[in-house]
Design a binder for this molecule. Structure first.
Ligand SMILES: [Zn+2]
Length: 336
């Protein structure tokens, strides 16, 4: 018996059964094709041109998707829906990207409708952190629970909340800006205009900024030679030096973990999740990070609020979470 390709399989079933998940990042556009069980059929990543306007990004989506489908003996006729995860401020209800810091030409763009029109498919638009959160909820680290929170630790801190099996959006899609929950009033300034946000302490870039400032202010540390030789300190470097016993690096990592523990504390009292899932580049630090968050969380949480069901854990889907979540949301939207 010969091998039956994807297109033939779809034809045999006589229906469009594939989903396209698009992760629009400031650096890369990633597009994945999934089957109805959310199994990844294939993916392509291309650089994002930051000088590209919404229309040319949509054209790029279409060209890259067509190429991806072709590689797997499929075509757009085999696709039932398209999901997009976008950075920045996204009004999910109206399908509008209000603003995206890394995409300067995106201002109040009706992006969902632009993509839907070009592809001729039902399309959903979601904030990228929410899309990744949904993926971990549906098939990832929080599979099987109905209440979870995800915190993505990168340049900033992205948040997503699933409560009673639903992503929480608020009236305009502005919910779950968890990186901007204030944990230290009158603390470090945050680009959002507030002081003391979790993001100003615990994002990868804030962790690096705190380490750099301490070294520049004369703190004794093995990171001093790194800063002198390489002109910069990396987040990975801070964790490595902490692991090698450098006391300043350990103080900095503790500061990151304390901020995340405080953020978890607020979240537990807000939605009482089963799981708080950490994602993003920083989780490469492994137990050196997770054990410390758990340690400080236990230290801070009040007796009344201790929850036996709470699990603090790492995401499992890695960089495919965005495209997986966008596809899963597109699938759900088609069913409803
Ligand atoms: Zn902030």
């Amino acid at each position: 018996m010969g091998i039956v390709g994807g297109r033939q399989q779809a034809k045999l079933r006589n229906m469009a059964e594939y989903l396209l998940g698009i992760d629009l990042g400031g650096t890369n556009i990633k597009i994945g094709c999934f089957d109805t069980d959310l199994k990844l059929i294939g993916k392509i990543s291309v650089p994002t041109g930051t000088d590209m306007g919404p229309e040319s990004i949509v054209e790029e989506f279409h060209a890259v998707s067509s190429e991806l489908l072709k590689r797997h003996e499929l075509s757009l006729a085999d696709v039932s829906a398209v999901g997009i995860g976008s950075p920045g401020l996204v009004n999910t209800i109206k399908g509008i990207v209000e603003a995206a810091p890394n995409l300067p030409l995106f201002k109040n763009v009706p992006f969902r409708d632009l993509v839907a029109k070009r592809f001729g498919k039902p399309t959903i638009l979601e904030n990228d952190a929410n899309a990744a959160c949904w993926a971990e909820y549906v098939i990832g680290a929080a599979r099987g629970v109905d209440h979870m929170i995800m915190l993505t630790l990168g340049t900033g801190i992205g948040g997503g909340i699933v409560s009673d099996g639903k992503l929480i959006h608020g009236p305009t899609g502005g919910a779950a800006e968890l990186g901007h929950v204030i944990i230290y009033p009158a603390g470090r300034s945050c680009p959002c205009g507030q002081n003391g946000c979790a993001e100003a302490y615990a994002s990868a870039s804030s962790t690096v900024a705190r380490a750099t400032e301490a070294v520049q202010n004369g703190a004794q540390s093995s990171l001093t030679t790194v800063l002198e030789a390489q002109k910069k300190i990396t987040c990975k470097g801070v964790f490595e030096h902490a692991g090698n016993g450098d006391s300043l690096a350990n103080e900095i990592v503790d500061g990151t973990a304390k901020a995340l523990a405080l953020l978890c504390l607020q979240m537990v009292k807000t939605t009482d999740p089963h799981s708080i899932v950490f994602a993003g580049g920083m989780i490469a630090a492994g137990d050196a990070l997770l054990d410390r968050i758990r340690h400080f969380y236990k230290q801070y949480i009040g007796r009344l609020f201790k929850k036996d069901h709470l699990r603090l854990c790492f995401a499992v889907l890695g960089e495919d979470a965005g495209i997986t979540g966008a596809s899963a949301l597109a699938q759900t939207a088609c069913k409803s």
